[in-house]
Design a protein around this ligand. Structure first.
Ligand code: SF4
Length: 252
């Protein structure tokens, strides 16, 4: 497990690497060309226990170079990752996937933040799968490639505690900078819903003044409704060599 430059987390933990998604803006693909990083999904037994030594209170992004909930990831890999997650209720685990409907096959404890990526309006429907989960839910609008705010149905933002907005990273960034109005549109909807907003550093080029970099108020079991608590699993109470890519992504 490694410290990372990704602004909204402390560590990346990559017990699974490799991604078969075909995002044209993929930074992993660029790292594949540069460092020989493999896109084939792999499970790394030797990294599995790394969170056991994480500093209490830290945030850990799980799988920064893979999509852990993608259909090609075996259930067993996710179950093994979850077993380690269950040993550290004093740490925040942050998950991001393009397949949020698969989260529900496992119960995720309250200290897991479950997120999905929405780059453009045609992916807004990913929010529907998130809405059914009792955890802290968030969306990463990164890279923001289009005007998403008008396509958000009433109430969609209200079910989110946190949104992250960022631009594409790497060589093509100038050509695909989001329009400022796309960002302000999302912020307006978030403010009406009481959702925290985190603007990534790569927006500085088009942003005058300080970037809003807020974090959500964490959930705690005592603040959940009985229904929500029953949907969460029982929790037992109780960090290699790497290359760092653009925007602080870690490639182990
Ligand atoms: S999901 Fe992430 S790692 Fe996978 S292809 Fe898309 S950008 Fe690359």
């Amino acid at each position: 497990m490694n410290r990372t430059k990704i602004e909204w987390t402390h560590y990346t933990w990559n017990p699974v690497t490799g991604c078969l998604n075909t995002c044209w803006y993929c930074y992993v693909r660029r790292m594949e060309e540069k460092y020989g990083y493999s896109r084939l999904p792999q499970f790394h037994e030797d990294r599995l226990q790394a969170p056991r030594t994480a500093r209490p209170g830290s945030r850990i992004l799980v799988c920064s170079t893979a999509d852990l909930f993608a259909p090609w990831i075996p259930d067993e890999w996710i179950t093994r990752v979850r077993e380690v997650v269950l040993t550290r209720s004093d740490v925040t685990f942050q998950f991001l996937t393009k397949f949020p409907e698969r989260y529900a096959r496992w119960g995720w404890p309250w200290y897991c933040w479950l997120g999905t990526t929405v780059e453009s309006p045609e992916h807004v429907d990913r929010l529907e799968a998130l809405a059914r989960l009792p955890n802290l839910r968030f969306v990463s609008f990164e890279p923001l490639l289009d005007d998403v705010a008008p396509g958000l149905q009433a109430g969609m933002m209200a079910q989110l505690k946190w949104i992250i907005i960022g631009a594409i990273t790497g060589g093509r960034r100038e050509a695909y900078l989001p329009h400022r109005t796309w960002i302000t549109g999302l912020i307006e909807v978030a403010d009406r819903a009481g959702t925290s907003v985190f603007l990534k550093d790569n927006l500085r080029r088009l942003w005058n003044g300080p970037l809003r970099q807020e974090y959500p108020e964490p959930l705690y079991p005592g603040r959940l409704s009985r229904l929500e608590e029953s949907a969460l699993c029982d929790i037992p109470h109780t960090v290699s060599n790497h290359k760092e890519g653009e925007d602080g992504q870690i490639f182990e």
